[in-house]
Ligand binder design. Structure first.
Ligand code: UD1
Length: 420
């Protein structure tokens, strides 16, 4: 297994190109199952998770083909010949469950492996299933699989989500686009990735009202058609590199980064003494003087994203003063804490909150990556630590960060991948 070795202490300086958003790309690829015609996605990031989703879509019989040599444009389209999403693929990536809504809506049946828990929590899919049932799907759980059928097709329904789940909103939105009649999704998630999915569905002929709000109204249509859609820039990648600039006391230009998707993160960074400003279509991030402790509590968009919690914690571990970081979305998302502490951080967890007491200097050590965002928080800490840090189990990182070591090295970091 590959490792990443970092020798810390160099301020970052330079440009980093922000790629397309993984969490927008995955549902958009699933949306390709909603039509026989070609959906062309551009600004596709080259990530392990995107590759896994391409494998899954192909497994349903639908062709996924590169449109450009660099693989950053993909076309998806064709007849569905197989409605099973097998355990072997779903266990690798929970977002595989996003094929459920499109399959049932398009061909009236799906058999999708239950994703099970993952490192950051139990992560049930009850809201996805309940919503589909309200739309008339018959759901049975059998042998670790969800069997969903709707031989008469799905019917519009009013669905009030118990919590604004991103995945449930996406699954139900896609299903509702081809359902008979009107569906209302109340307490819908409002993440930018949902808006991106809505924009693409509209380009494919869907009728959706309330885009960007917590109440989506979808008038189902008989069929959707092909379209070309460019994936939004990755706000979590943007926020991660903003923290990289801040933790090293450097200054970087994040090409294509969008301030409107990062409001809550930028607010905390400002409080911590980090300047983030727009320039053309880019963001410029630089640390002003010292770093100060700043509190944050994760919440659904437009709140502070849970996917930025670990990175902020790495940053706060070298700030002056203390920071309280509270996780409200996932119950077990502090696995980076013992690893950061191995690098000399002083972090205590009390229930859903972590108290981070800043230290003047971290020191390098071998550490273990446990999930995607935890891994990158260790890379950030390594960039600031004195001496050598080796991050093991880098495959987590490759799921969501494209060429992380090249992007950081181009800004002056001493970082390299050690093939394992
Ligand atoms: C998506 C993101 C993930 C991010 C998360 C929260 C993708 C591919 N992944 O995950 O990176 O961390 O949003 O912003 O976009 N829940 C239920 N029942 C359900 C569904 C969810 O109880 O049926 C709970 C979850 O356990 C969790 C909370 O709702 O506590 C939020 O989860 P959700 O928004 O669904 O996250 P994902 O879509 O899985």
């Amino acid at each position: 297994m590959d490792k990443i070795r970092i020798r810390g202490g160099r301020p970052l300086s330079g440009d980093i190109v922000i790629g397309g958003a993984k969490n927008a790309g995955l549902p958009l690829m699933a949306a390709g199952l909603l039509t026989d015609e070609r959906l062309v996605l551009t600004n596709v990031p080259l990530l392990a998770d995107i590759h896994t989703m391409a494998q899954l879509i192909a497994q349903h019989g639908v062709a996924v083909e590169p449109v450009t040599n660099d693989g950053r444009a993909l076309s998806i389209g064709g007849a569905i010949t197989n409605t099973e999403a097998p355990y072997d693929i779903v266990r690798k990536m929970r977002a595989s469950v996003l094929v459920l809504g499109p399959l049932v809506a398009r061909v009236g049946e799906a058999r999708v492996s239950l994703p099970g828990g993952c490192a950051i929590g139990t992560r049930p899919i009850d809201l996805h299933l309940k919503g589909l049932q309200q739309m008339g799907a018959v759901i049975q759980l059998d042998g670790g699989y969800v069997n969903a059928t709707a031989p008469q097709g799905l019917k519009g329904a009013t669905i009030v989500l118990a919590m604004p789940s991103v995945g449930a909103t996406e699954n139900l939105l896609m299903a509702a686009s081809l359902a008979d009649g009107r569906t209302v999704i109340a307490n819908a998630a409002q993440e930018p990735e949902i808006t991106d999915l809505c924009d693409c569905l509209v380009a494919m002929g869907a009728r959706i009202d309330g885009i960007g709000t917590d109440k989506l109204t979808i008038d189902g249509v008989r069929s959707l058609h092909g379209a070309t859609h460019s994936i939004i820039p990755d706000r979590i990648e943007t926020g991660t590199y903003a923290c990289a600039a801040a933790i090293t006391g450097g200054s970087v230009r994040l090409r294509g980064g969008r301030l409107d998707h990062l409001g809550a993160v930028v607010k905390v960074l400002h409080e911590a003494g980090v300047d983030v400003s727009e320039d053309g279509g880019d963001l410029i991030v630089r640390r002003l003087n010292g770093l100060h402790g700043a509190d944050a509590m994760t919440a659904p968009f437009p709140g502070f994203p849970t996917d930025m919690q670990a990175q902020l914690m790495a940053l706060m571990s070298v700030a002056e003063g203390a920071a309280m970081i509270t996780e409200t979305i996932f119950e077990n998302r502090f696995m980076h804490v013992p690893e950061l502490n191995r690098l000399g951080a002083r972090i205590n967890v009390h229930g859903a909150s972590a108290i981070v007491r800043g230290v003047p200097q971290l020191s390098g050590a071998p550490v273990m990556a446990t999930d995607l965002r935890a891994s990158v928080s260790l890379v950030l800490a390594g960039l600031a630590a004195k001496g050598e840090t080796v991050v093991n189990r880098v495959y987590h990182l490759d799921r969501g960060y494209e060429a992380v070591e090249q992007k950081l090295a181009a800004c002056g970091a001493d970082i390299e991948r050690l093939p394992g």
